[in-house]
Write a protein that binds this ligand. Structure first.
Ligand SMILES: [Zn+2]
Length: 504
């Protein structure tokens, strides 16, 4: 009675949130640190989640007319320099290739770089400039526009402090790049892709997001406008889950993307770029997982169901193993959102640790199947959205016929839970002292809240808030109405609330 069930992950979220995160990643076997500082090894369980994200997102992109292409990993330094703000924004985190071979080092021994390049090459931190070079070549008339391109690739941004999935020096992403004949069309595309991201993240990753526009100081280097989606993690920090940029004519001018309009006059094109990365997986982990480990929403789960046949050492386990295989076959005939239900069988003879392994991997549904269940035509089911010890016996046929509904219900539960949490922890605030106190006290598991408060529009106020409280303006939410108010920092007049939070 009243016995506290020990959680599978140590430390718990409350004890040490960053430590908990590392343990969840490790215990789920998604990824591990690599010998290369700041880079990670994504293991099959983690990569399968990324594959599911890629496949589904790719389909959505293509429905809007976007086509995939591939551009070089290396960008000549002079390309990056074509847009002044852009090169300045990325200068501090560039990996630079300066040599192209190795030769024996006579003084130090071993090998040393040799064959100095005439022009250094940057390992792409993003590809606006090199894709812009191609777009310039492809565009001569308005008939060549729009160009709608996406690339699935890796990028490198030299980070000093890294955390798996959230911030790594090399990461996987997609970057979309489009060129248009008019400002309106480019702006429309910018918002269309943000909307696509928001829906994807909410529907597939079950992460509710706030859509908005970045302040000028938080814009992508070289963009005229940056829109974003922001999600609340369980420690109440914000995570930017995707961005879509309206680049105006800045990059078109830098790269010379010109076209003749219908009247025969030469004009610069209008471009956009938009991206999401493996960081979304970091967000998914932090939004849904608990003190027992990872929780994966069914829509992106590497597997939906694991069958755990009850095997006996030295016994004849063939009947139960064959029965488990039959159950797997029947379940795999079921279609979940256009794809077969994905089922694993784990017949390892390792006792209770087996069930816990799958809890920690976040698989949506676990099924125990023993001789007695087979005799009674039932299965013993546990759902990852419920406590680990909450198991229920179900009629086998009922389970089979309901599996896709069960998965949908888990998905819905995860989204609703995250949405309720975000709402509970989002406040409108007009009192300066309350604002300050909330964020001064914030640490560990409790990093304050999402606060909707006024901002006068000054870069200085924004910078001071960041410096004093480590709080940033995450975005100016699209749903924030025009209203009279005073800046939460300097009391000057403001016409709109912005979203303040601590962030990853
Ligand atoms: Zn102010």
């Amino acid at each position: 009675m009243g016995k506290k069930i020990k959680s599978a992950i140590t430390p718990t979220r409350e004890q040490d949130y960053p430590g908990w995160y590392q343990e969840v990643v490790k215990a789920s076997d998604m990824s591990e640190n690599s010998p290369v500082r700041g880079c990670m090894v994504i293991k099959p369980w983690g990569y399968a989640i990324w594959e599911n994200i890629m496949n589904q997102m790719d389909e959505l992109f293509k429905k809007t007319g976007v086509k995939n292409a591939y551009f070089p990993l290396f960008i000549p330094l002079s390309y990056l320099e074509k847009e002044a703000e852009h090169v300045e924004g990325f200068a501090k985190e560039c990996a630079v290739v300066t040599h192209h071979r190795l030769e024996p080092d006579e003084t130090e021994g071993g090998l040393k770089p040799a064959g100095k390049l005439a022009e250094p090459l940057i390992v792409r931190p993003t590809s606006e400039t090199i894709i812009g070079e191609s777009m310039a070549k492809w565009t001569s008339s308005y008939r060549d526009l729009p160009i709608l391109i996406n690339q699935w690739a890796n990028v490198v941004r030299w980070e000093m402090r890294t955390r798996m999935f959230l911030r790594t020096s090399e990461f996987l992403w997609q970057e979309g790049h489009t060129a248009h004949a008019s400002r309106e069309e480019a702006m429309e595309r910018t918002l269309q892709m943000l909307d696509l991201y928001a829906k994807f993240v909410e529907e597939q990753l079950a992460m509710p997001v706030i859509r908005g526009r970045k302040t000028p100081s938080e814009r992508f280097p070289g963009a005229d406008d940056t829109t974003c989606i922001e999600a609340m993690m369980q420690d109440k920090r914000a995570l930017q889950a995707g961005t879509s940029h309206f680049l105006g004519q800045n990059f078109a001018k830098g790269s010379g993307i010109k076209f003749q309009n219908e009247a025969g006059q030469e004009e610069f094109a209008w471009t956009t770029s938009w991206g999401t990365s493996t960081r979304m997986i970091g967000g998914m982990i932090m939004v849904h997982s608990d003190d027992d480990g990872l929780v994966v929403p069914p829509r992106v789960a590497p597997a939906h169901v694991v069958i755990l046949p009850i095997v006996k050492k030295g016994g004849d386990n063939r009947p139960v193993l064959e029965n488990a295989q039959r159950l797997k076959d029947v379940l795999e005939e079921k279609v979940y959102h256009g794809k077969p239900v994905r089922v694993e069988i784990d017949s390892r003879d390792i006792g209770g640790a087996r069930g816990w392994d799958w809890v920690k991997k976040g698989i949506p549904v676990r099924i125990e199947l023993g001789p007695r269940d087979i005799e009674q035509n039932s299965v013993f089911m546990a759902r990852r959205d419920r406590p680990a010890n909450a198991k229920e016996s179900m009629n086998r046929e009922d389970f089979i016929s309901q599996i896709t509904d069960i998965l949908d219900h888990i998905q819905e539960t995860l989204f609703n839970r995250a949405m309720a949490y975000q709402k509970e922890n989002t406040f409108e605030m007009d009192d300066k002292n309350k604002f300050r106190k909330l964020f001064q006290k914030a640490k560990g598991y409790n990093n304050g809240a999402f606060v909707r408060a006024h901002w006068c529009g000054s870069d200085d106020c924004e910078a001071l808030i960041k410096k004093e409280l480590s709080v940033t303006i995450r975005c100016i939410p699209f749903d924030s109405p025009t209203e009279e108010g005073q800046c939460i920092y300097c009391d000057k007049a403001s016409s709109r609330r912005v979203l303040y939070a601590k962030a990853y």
